[in-house]
Design a protein around this ligand. Structure first.
Ligand code: PSU
Ligand code: MN
Length: 314
């Protein structure tokens, strides 16, 4: 295990899985503290963990608790992060050393979770949506640190696209520049989080966890660092119609701009507004896509473990 992190605590379930060489799936915690209202945030995180277990893998939800990096959270710890919500610091790469040194609590973003997963040797990570290039980037230069991390940290991220309020074409351009493979899982187009397709064509499609695992193995064998994105559309029965949700998102962005809200404060206000305007259907979609991504990620983790051990023997 990763001796290089002094401030690391490993939960019992993760410890057992590591000892038994059972595949793990890394899970982030910003989605708990900053992505959804309590108690549904905590309930979702527990459902996600149960789903990973049901597939035969072990969940490793990652957060910072009292200045310690925690790999594998108990239900009690998940509930705490959910209840505290935005009082818990949102921790991306730049925030990690400060929160650890300060002894505080932190909910890890995709970037920070990838860093810890990579150090722990966990190759697969599931989330809802990754960060990306923000709309209006010309003015703000707001590009999520998630994209830089995907460019250099070797973890496969299973998601339903980028956060709903971002600029999808520019995010795809940025990922291409950073050399990050993006695969549509059972689709030829980039999913758009709440809806199944953004209409933007992807260059690569895979149709099974095995194909995903083979791509991961090839990337490893080529000695290519960096991450990989597996983009899984939200399940059909929970998807929102693109026309409807696009209009709701645009209206929400406009109203937030009129109120003068800027920076990190924007996303939670937008998500609340979108949930309100869709009568809660956006929140349902968000929850179901996260659970679905966790299931896909667990299946990929199992396939990868199988292929990687066969490759080592041959
Ligand atoms: N998608 C959501 N809600 C979220 C996030 C993504 O629907 O809260 C979080 C993820 O943790 C992601 C982070 O890594 O937002 C990106 O934040 P930023 O743009 O500040 O880097
Ligand atoms: Mn940002």
């Amino acid at each position: 295990m990763p001796p290089e992190i002094a401030a690391l605590d490993i939960g019992a379930e993760v410890r057992e899985a590591l000892a038994a060489r059972r595949p793990l799936v890394a899970l982030e915690s910003t989605i708990i503290s900053h992505g959804m209202p309590y108690p549904r945030n905590a309930q979702t995180a527990m459902r996600v963990q149960a789903c990973v277990r049901a597939e035969g893998a072990a969940p490793a939800t990652i957060a910072i608790l009292r200045g310690r990096v925690k790999l594998g959270l108990t239900d009690h710890e998940i509930d705490y992060l959910g209840r505290e919500g935005q009082r818990v610091a949102k921790v991306s790469r730049r925030d990690l050393p400060l929160v650890v040194a300060g002894g505080g609590d932190g909910a890890t973003t995709v970037a920070a979770t990838m860093i810890i997963a990579a150090k722990a040797g966990i190759p697969v990570f599931a989330t809802g949506g990754i960060g990306g290039v923000h709309r209006g980037v010309e003015q703000t230069m707001d590009v999520s640190a998630d994209l830089e991390e995907l460019g250099k940290t070797n973890v496969t991220v299973v998601c339903a696209g980028v956060k709903s309020v971002l600029d999808i074409p520019r995010t795809l351009e940025y990922l291409e520049t950073r050399g990050v493979p993006v695969f549509g899982f059972g689709t030829d187009t980039m999913p758009a989080f709440y809806s199944q397709s953004s209409g933007l064509a992807l260059d690569y499609r895979i149709d099974s966890p095995r194909q995903a695992a083979r791509a991961m193995l090839a990337k490893r064998d080529l000695g290519l660092g960096g991450g990989m994105v597996i983009a899984v559309p939200v399940p059909d029965e929970h998807a929102l119609a693109p026309g409807e949700i696009d209009r709701v998102i645009e209206d929400a962005i406009e109203s937030v701009a009129l109120k003068g809200i800027t920076g990190k404060a924007i996303t939670p206000v937008l998500l609340d507004r979108i949930a309100e305007e869709t009568g809660g259907r956006s929140l349902d979609a968000n929850i179901e896509l996260v659970v679905n991504n966790a299931r896909v990620a667990a299946r990929i983790a199992l396939e990868y473990a199988r292929l990687a051990s066969a490759a080592t023997l041959s």
